[in-house]
Design a protein around this ligand. Structure first.
Ligand code: GDP
Length: 364
């Protein structure tokens, strides 16, 4: 599955947010499965209204949303790249996630110590980014050294890696994160394999006081401009409120949100923003037994998408029967879509679109 790491300085609200995320999912109906894999790893359901709409049309007994994994990566402090705090171990944890949710403290509270002694979320963002940039530069140096022998032997993969490492180093030396490097399509896989921390997409999470949950505040506005300048994502939430909301029953939740002037729980926005940041899309399988959402990466072809359900679907792929979400809903289900000629037979090269209702035919 796809993983989003929660990072940030101590005392910014990471654990509060992580607990809210995991509890919300747990508090949902029993058929919204949630599991804690490890104390700091949780899977959450991705909220998507389309799944209920499809289930109603198909008369499905069960709905199964797709899921996203969040990892609480505590312990990053100034000097982490030099082994301060739990330092390098945490940087290693970040290597394994696909995207980074960076929590920034945008609330004032004299009772809660700020490790740097002042509330300044954009400076905090820079502190953490700097640690990750230093860690990247060190890992680049090691890799370049390890490549020397292969390069002399004329290894083409090594040459590609060396070229990409050089591009990353040039960006970092100029004070820019590795994600600022424009990577050609044929280099994308090799680029990801480098696992550079600052190459991962970033979503800033502004943790504001309860009173600012609906509108944000001056601090979160600063972070929003930073995010816009960097092309990063940004959501404003109050972790403390989210923790309260997470413990409410669904009907109480609606009332509470309305009182706070909120359209929906901040966590739902956060989960969806994480999903978008990762470049993920959803397709559905839909029948009387269940309607289920599946996660794939944008651009995946039908066989690869089928492989998410089962490896055999991908290996023995023959073709897919596909109905666009809007057609399925407008026409009122599979049978009517078939009769209207809106059920398409698609082959191996078909790129699955967000919302597609899929049925795979395969050889066993
Ligand atoms: P972490 O170290 O980043 O995981 O931070 P925690 O989630 O443990 O939060 C640190 C402290 O800040 C705890 O005492 C929280 O209750 C408190 N806290 C978290 N979010 C908020 C908030 O939005 N407002 C206020 N006033 N306190 C908060």
């Amino acid at each position: 599955g796809f993983k989003c790491g929660i990072v940030g300085l101590p005392n910014v609200g990471k654990s509060t947010l992580f607990n809210a995320l995991t509890r919300t999912a747990a508090a949902q109906a029993a058929n919204f499965p949630f599991c804690t894999i490890e104390p700091n790893v949780g899977e959450v359901s991705v909220p998507d209204e389309r799944i209920e709409t499809l289930a109603k049309i198909a008369g499905s007994k069960e709905v199964i949303p797709t899921r996203l994994t969040f990892v609480d990566i505590a312990g990053l402090v100034r000097g982490a790249s030099k082994g301060e705090g739990l330092g390098n171990q945490f940087l290693a944890n970040i290597r394994e996630v696909d995207a980074i949710a960076h929590v920034l403290r945008c609330f004032e509270d004299d009772d809660i110590t700020h490790v740097e002694g002042r509330i300044d979320p954009t400076a905090d963002a820079e502190t953490i980014e700097t640690e990750m940039m230093i860690a990247d530069l060190e890992s680049i140096e090691r890799r370049v050294q390890n490549l020397q022998r292969k390069l002399k032997g004329g290894d083409r993969e090594a040459a590609q890696q060396a070229r990409l490492l050089e591009a990353a180093k040039a960006a970092l030396d100029a004070g820019r994160p590795a994600r600022s490097v424009a990577v050609a399509e044929e280099d994308e896989k090799a680029w990801r394999m480098l696992q550079l921390l600052t190459a991962k997409p970033v979503l800033y999470v502004c943790n504001v006081a309860e009173a600012d949950a609906a509108e944000g505040n001056a601090l979160s506005a600063k972070v929003e401009s930073l995010a816009a300048a960097e092309g990063a994502g940004c959501v404003v939430i109050s972790a403390a409120i989210e923790e309260e909301i997470a413990q409410l029953e669904p009907d109480e939740r609606e009332m509470f949100l309305a009182e706070m002037g909120l359209q929906e729980a901040g966590l739902d926005r956060l989960i969806r923003a994480g999903y978008e940041l990762l470049g993920l899309v959803t397709y559905f399988t839909c029948g009387p037994k269940e309607t289920r959402a599946w996660t794939i990466q944008k651009g995946w072809t039908a066989p690869k998408a089928a492989g998410v359900i089962h490896g055999d679907f991908e290996k023995g792929f023959i073709r897919a029967e596909t109905i666009a979400y809007d057609d399925y809903v407008a026409l009122g289900g599979e049978q009517k879509a078939r009769e209207s000629g809106r059920l398409r037979a698609e082959g191996k090269a078909y790129v699955v679109a967000d919302g597609d209702v899929m049925h795979f035919l395969f050889n066993r």
